[in-house]
Design a protein around this ligand. Structure first.
Ligand code: ATP
Ligand code: FE
Length: 356
């Protein structure tokens, strides 16, 4: 079975071909991502109207490139999968309309995929993880703990009540005059910093459960910066390094502790092959990865961190999630709609009562 996947929910236009072998394993034949970083750079964030127009312009090109890289034509494809939400509605619409056109033109079945399910199912594409596994989805727009129980069953154990960590990394970088995206800049600066130099809060650690908060942490960095600037009439490079190290350590501490709690909840299901998987751009952070891998080790669980290009937005994950949904009997009609909001546990009854 060969699927063409489309992704256009944020600021990356993606098209990918994924092939499912008879033994059930999947292979990525092509994975095209056309980014829009330069387009939005001057605005300090993604501008929805610009993003929508760029998706509409680029999606056909992405599809052509994905097919030609895979050495295929549309006639070799068995299924069209597309992100139907959540995301910026203009972009999602571009993808959904393109997918409908392709499916109608070639007489192919169509499957609408939840973008978050795409992220959450990635460890099955890369590592063939069996259900159920614990997933920390940690990106520019999201932060949540999920028990991935089936292709269409996700139990949310908790998540951020305000900012996503990626957003916080980006804001801290902006506060300190570092380049965007903030994650890699802050991580780089933190290498020469002392995490203990400035004390930052560990939000919500004193409360039970797996919910997280990052907005206070960002404000704490702002206050400390302002005080340094007032006291010494400027920021030294060493201060920036200490601030970054302190901030990153606080994020890693909080995420590690909440992951430990989520793990206890997950292990109560007595999974046969316990595993902790991460996805999303912040999963690229080395300090965080090593902390999470320790948490997994301590719990006797496998740690699965997909390569970065499959952690950030891409169409291969959408193609793969589409394959899984198709195998599960999902078929969508031409009335498939684009959804700006679409919580993952929408049609999933909560499995667990505790830990919420
Ligand atoms: P979503 O997937 O939630 O819609 P998004 O597509 O914007 O959001 P991603 O592309 O998954 O998010 O990730 C981008 C985020 O990851 C940015 O906020 C960026 O700063 C962060 N990031 C990237 N590399 C690192 C790193 N090494 N350390 C910390 N954060 C990082
Ligand atoms: Fe994403």
């Amino acid at each position: 079975l060969t699927v063409l996947g489309l992704e256009s929910s944020c600021d990356d236009t993606g098209a990918a071909i994924v092939h499912k072998r008879p033994d059930g394993t999947a292979e990525i034949l092509s994975n095209v991502v056309i980014g829009q970083a330069e387009l939005h750079a001057a605005f300090g964030g993604v501008v929805p109207e610009l993003a929508a127009r760029a998706h509409a312009e680029k999606i056909d090109i992405a599809v052509e490139q994905a097919l030609s890289t895979a050495g295929m034509g549309l006639r070799d494809v068995d299924l069209i999968a597309v992100t139907a939400g959540p995301g910026l509605i203009g972009g999602v619409l571009s993808g959904v309309m393109c997918a409908k056109g392709l499916a109608a033109g070639a007489g192919l079945p169509l499957v609408g995929v939840n973008h978050l399910a795409g992220h959450a199912l990635t460890p099955r594409l890369t590592n063939g993880l069996p259900f159920p596994y614990l997933m920390l989805l940690v990106s520019g727009g999201h932060c949540q703990f999920l028990i991935v129980e089936a292709v269409d069953r996700f139990s949310r154990l908790g998540g951020t009540i305000d900012d996503a960590p990626g957003e916080a990394f980006d804001k801290v970088a902006r506060l300190l005059g570092l380049a965007q995206p903030g994650g890699p800049s802050v991580e780089g600066a933190a290498r020469s910093g002392d995490a203990a130099r400035f004390a930052f809060p560990r939000p919500l650690l004193d409360r039970p459960g797996c919910d997280l908060s990052f907005s206070g942490l960002k404000t704490a960095v702002l206050r400390t910066r302002d005080k340094l600037v007032a006291d010494q009439h400027g920021l030294r490079e060493a201060d920036v390094a200490h601030l970054c190290a302190g901030f990153q350590a606080a994020v890693a501490d909080v995420l590690a502790e909440k992951t430990r709690r989520a793990m206890l909840n997950y292990l109560s299901l007595t999974p046969e092959r316990p595993a902790l998987a991460v996805a999303g751009g912040v999963a690229a952070n080395g300090a965080l990865r090593s902390r999470l891998s320790q948490v997994a080790d301590t719990a006797g669980a496998e740690f699965c961190a997909p390569p970065l290009n499959l952690c950030t937005d891409n169409a291969a994950m959408i193609a793969f999630a589409g394959l899984e949904a198709f195998g599960n009997g999902q078929r969508d009609g031409f009335d498939l709609s684009a959804r700006p909001r679409w919580p993952l546990d929408d049609r999933a009854p909560a499995l667990l009562g505790s830990g919420r």
